[in-house]
Design a protein around this ligand. Sequence first.
Ligand code: NDP
Length: 265
Amino acid sequence: QTKEKFVIFGNPVAHSKSPQMQNAGFEALDYDGVYEKHHLEDGTTIKTAFLENSYEGANITVPHKEFAYKNADEVRGLANKIQAVNTYINENGKIIAYNTDAPGFLKAIESFGEVKNVLLLGAGGTAKAIALALQEKGIKVTVLNRSAGKLEFFKNEGITSYSWDDFKAENYDLVVNSTSAGLKDEYLPCDKEILEPILEKASFAFDCVYGKITPFLALAKQNNCEIKDGEDMLLFQGVLAFEYFTKQNVGEDIVEAMRKGLKGE
Ligand code: NDP
């Protein structure tokens, strides 16, 4: 019997750690699955690429999450509002799509304890998932972005949102960086004059970037915030996708095997 095939679609995709994480899960569960990388140049071809290669499931990463949403046969859960998906499942030849970034983020911030009021920096695809996940949980969220162009989406969902030009700060217990500032460069996600007084009063800071102390997290730490990088978010979005792939809930042992896979241990 041949193994069930799973995949990550992206452009670029070479750097993705999802295969090592998902394959570690299959191995720990003794599941007959194999997970590979698929460089997809053109996001509009995602449906044919998925079906022609007989994949049972897929993850979708930058820049194809919106294409993946539009090309699914059925979208389930909060992904309908987010309008971007990172997980495909083949259900009898039909493509069912989910967004596991949103619940993955919520799981990642559980370690902070109770959070009531969040400032979310950035307004891209990741910010949409995070903002709607928080809103659904009844946690107050305010969006702050460099430019105003992407704020319409949040305003339509009843989420208070500002650009740097019209920002009115309140007190927040958690500040989240969902911008790509700090990924490859040494920029803060917004002016230090705006950010530092907010971090002084906040208790927690979270950066979606994985595996490094960004300038944002460094500043948060200087201001006595408890800090966390994007590792758990990446892990938990993967675990939730893995549960869809294998059609079962998994325990701590599998989660930890996947974490080790992710970290290359
Ligand atoms: P997008 O390209 O959709 O959005 C980028 C956002 O960052 C925009 O709001 C943009 O503002 C802002 N931005 C970019 N550069 C700067 C800068 N120098 N200063 C201030 N703001 C800036 O990206 P995504 O939402 O897809 O991803 C965002 C980050 O989240 C990435 O670093 C990605 O690696 C990470 N990520 C982590 C995940 C995890 O599991 N840990 C999952 C998904 C993403 P503007 O609108 O003004 O251009």
